[in-house]
Design a protein around this ligand. Structure first.
Ligand code: 8FY
Length: 322
């Protein structure tokens, strides 16, 4: 079914339960072995607290086979990234974004209640529950029809980087595009870093493409300033010694510190958040922009919590319309 740095995932037939399952076979290296045991612990913790209709992938079993940890999961459908890619990175309809978004905030709020931080939320780690799909023709792109999941039900996977909340989280987490500013600046991170990732995912589902397409910290921060406005001075001042090179006193060292003309252009081309959303969304753009402004607060303490996001008008209005 797929491969990752951890090992691979195979589609298998469970002869006792008489159903297809997904088995993650973890590489036989200590680092991955240890991570797998943590993942099993997290998965069992999650399973204890939620019913079968949960929003996090369910563990069925696990075993050690010739020094490889094998974790048996319920079988799910393709990832949101698979859908985006196969559709040529075209936007999802806003009602689907809303339905998926609501479930993502539900599952993250649930994890945060258990004091767990996922730390690697991204479209690859969100799988639709059923492989059934529909072909939809979009009035904006009449030439090609889009393939969309028939049901909006999704689940979060990959708890290999999940950690318990504590004070001293300072190492680098998240996949680049979804990484929060406090992680890049080395200010220490906690629950709000998951909320930032969800904000990036919502924008990506609306536009079809990753919001921050970058491989480099300074360029990433410069892109954030284009989209959201200047980074607060008090955060720059607290940046750790790895991050202080991105600043000249209390300003981002941009464009002086840029690595190339292309990088300056890529940053310059980025639109303000409102304009990105208005380019793709007509109905409920106002509600969505307001929600995103709460999710993308630079200061983690000011950022909406997952629970607060669920109470936002973007999710509360339009409730029974699918
Ligand atoms: C799955 C596909 C996949 C790329 C998983 C599962 C469990 C994971 C880390 C992914 C298509 N149905 C399906 N696919 N995985 N693609 C890389 C890895 N895996 C899964 C559970 N049920 C599934 N059903 C653990 N840990 C990364 C994981 C995916």
């Amino acid at each position: 079914m797929g491969e990752g740095t951890f090992g691979q995932v195979l589609e298998c037939w469970d002869r006792e339960a008489k159903e297809m399952v997904a088995i993650k076979i973890v590489r036989g290296i200590k680092k991955y072995w240890d991570a797998a045991l943590i993942e099993i612990d997290v998965l069992q913790q999650l399973a204890k607290h939620q019913e079968s209709s949960s929003l996090c992938v369910q563990i069925r079993n696990w075993f050690d086979y010739r020094n490889h940890i094998c974790i048996v999961f319920e079988k799910l459908g393709p990832s949101l990234y698979d859908f985006l890619r196969k559709n040529g990175y075209r936007p999802f309809p806003i009602d689907l974004v809303r339905e998926i978004g609501r479930q993502l905030f539900e599952s993250v709020a649930f994890m945060h209640d258990l004091r767990l931080i996922h730390t690697d939320l991204k479209p690859e780690n969100i799988l639709v529950v059923s492989s059934e799909h529909v072909n939809l023709s979009d009035h904006k792109y009449p030439s090609q029809s889009m393939r969309l999941p028939k049901s909006s039900a999704v689940k979060v996977i990959d708890f290999g980087s999940t950690t318990y909340d504590s004070q001293d989280h300072n190492y680098i987490v998240s996949t680049r595009h979804y990484r929060a500013p406090e992680v890049i600046l080395g200010l220490g991170w906690s629950y709000p870093c998951d909320v930032w990732s969800l904000g990036c995912i919502l924008v990506e589902l609306c536009s079809g493409e990753a919001l921050f397409q970058t491989h480099e910290n300074l360029e990433h921060l410069a892109m954030m300033e284009r989209v959201f406005g200047p980074i607060p001075r008090h955060m720059m001042k607290r940046a750790d010694r790895h991050a202080e090179k991105y600043f000249r006193r209390t300003r981002l060292n941009w464009p002086e510190g840029a690595s190339s003309r292309e990088s300056i252009n890529a940053v310059h081309k980025m639109l303000r958040l409102q304009n990105i959303i208005m380019k793709y969304v007509d109905r409920s753009a106002g509600d969505l922009i307001d929600l995103l402004q709460g999710l993308f607060k630079y200061e983690p303490a000011e950022r909406l919590t997952a629970r607060e996001a669920l109470r936002h008008p973007f999710f509360r209005n339009n409730r029974r319309r699918e």
